[in-house]
Design a protein around this ligand. Structure first.
Ligand code: FES
Ligand SMILES: [Fe+2]
Ligand SMILES: [Fe+2]
Length: 440
């Protein structure tokens, strides 16, 4: 800008022009209006106006609000809409050379935008519109009994409560018995706080009764619907006919608490439950999840559209399985097991088989044959890991295996809940299926 001022001064000297005092003052402050400055201002205004497309996100949140939030959202939208109209009018005036009027309109636009911004902040930070409404209590950290298993009917969500001493309140958890397993998720929907225990089970997903978000029972990550945040998950066990729950930590919650350290130092485990599961226990559970998915797909008749949904879940879980083993488990056991190189190449074969299977129509006989081949390959790979590599891994020692187990659980959680990673996997799977649809 100083160079610009020099140019103006030089031009004035040549033309002999006398500037009025206020322009001299602008020049002294280095704020003399220049052509380049005007172009920059116009570009900034246009960029700001283009940014109005971000309003779509607010609109999506607003359509599910009620009462006061709805009215506030309307005023917020009106303020921002007026700001946009004033900005567009200002751009038009500036283009026609009426810069002073254009500046006045954009100043009025800024005032409206300030009001809209304040209301937007109020809606998000005070009224919690568009934020995660689930209860994220980290309790209970050890298994606690909550309900006799006999009282839990198949596909009938049931609410139970666990006590959080830090919050000094009960936290709702919804239990669902489905396909011979019991699942537990936070009872308050992360979208707008709907009661998931009043929802229903459809195709292995728990449906929120308020706006229809669907949460797969195993992962709690929204598969569809307006919700974008996962539900808190709980590990479930059954002892002496009672369902027991333990909160599955979220990323960043894996901290060890002082009482854990004291108990570990005293050679005890927390309430009879180890602080973390061993790595091979975590991976065997993952293998069992894959086996279960194969069994469920094969149990469905060829024409059933749920086959495709389950196949996508299987593809996603297979990807996650390979990722966590390639990045965490195999590097850790390489020193004690010679199986790692062959396991890497088996992962590549599994990927190739999966790619071929995804391309096929799930109702076709070829699909059945490919699925059986993929299942056999996964069974062979998982079985040899369990019989050989996991046995070798025992040489790493108890402490290392539990630390590894903790890292694996955190990585699994991150893989399943990260929006970016999920979107990437869905895109990849969708592209492979797209190849099928286009018949390439
Ligand atoms: S509250 Fe809106 S989907 Fe659950
Ligand atoms: Fe593997
Ligand atoms: Fe494995």
């Amino acid at each position: 800008m100083p160079g610009e001022v020099e140019t103006w001064k030089a031009r004035d000297r040549i033309s002999g022009r006398k500037r009025p005092p206020h322009e001299a003052a602008w020049a002294a402050l280095g704020l003399l209006r220049s052509r380049r400055g005007a172009e920059a201002a116009d570009a900034a205004l246009k960029a700001g106006a283009a940014g109005a497309v971000a309003a779509a996100a607010g609109l999506a949140d607003w359509q599910y609000t009620n009462g006061r939030e709805r009215r506030l959202g309307l005023v917020h939208a009106l303020a921002n809409g007026t700001a946009l109209a004033l900005t567009l009018a200002s751009i038009g005036l500036r283009r026609r050379g009426h810069r002073a009027e254009g500046r006045a309109l954009s100043a009025a636009g800024w005032a409206c935008m300030a009001l809209g911004g304040y209301l937007g902040g109020h809606l998000v930070y005070r009224r919690r519109v568009g934020v995660d409404h689930a209860d994220h209590s980290p309790k209970p950290r050890d298994f606690v009994p909550v309900l006799p298993l006999a009282e839990l009917a198949e596909d009938r969500p049931r609410r139970v409560e666990v006590w959080d001493p830090a919050l000094r309140q009960e936290v709702g958890v919804v239990l669902v018995r489905h396909g011979g397993r019991v699942y537990a998720l936070g009872a308050r929907c992360s979208h707008m706080g709907g009661p998931l225990d009043e929802g229903w089970v459809l195709e292995g997903r728990l449906v929120c009764p308020w706006h229809g978000s669907r949460y797969p029972l195993g992962t709690g990550c929204p598969a569809s619907g307006p919700s974008t945040a996962p539900q808190p998950r709980y590990a479930v066990g059954v002892r002496d006919g009672m369902v027991e729950l333990r909160r599955v930590p979220e990323p960043g919650e894996e901290a060890v608490f002082p009482e854990d350290v004291a108990q570990a130092a005293a050679g005890k485990e927390t309430g009879g439950i180890p602080l973390a599961r061993r790595a091979e226990e975590v991976l065997t559970e993952l293998h069992d999840l894959l086996r279960g998915l194969f069994a469920r797909i094969e149990a469905l008749p060829p024409g059933n559209p749920e086959r495709r949904d389950l196949l996508r879940t299987l593809a996603s879980e297979l990807e996650i399985h390979e990722y966590v083993e390639d990045h965490l488990f195999y590097p850790a056991v390489r020193a004690v097991s010679d199986d790692v190189a062959i396991a890497h190449s088996e992962h590549r074969q599994l990927s190739d088989l999966l790619t071929m299977t995804l391309k096929l129509d799930t109702a076709s006989p070829e699909f059945g044959a490919h699925l059986r081949a993929l299942r056999a390959a996964v069974e062979h790979h998982a079985g040899s890991e369990e019989r050989s590599m996991f046995v070798h891994a025992a040489r790493l020692g108890e402490a290392r295996l539990r630390a590894l187990g903790r890292e694996l659980e955190a990585m699994l959680e991150e893989q399943r809940t990260s929006r970016f990673r999920r979107a990437f996997r869905e895109l990849k799977i969708g592209l492979l299926e797209g190849v099928r649809r286009k018949g390439w």
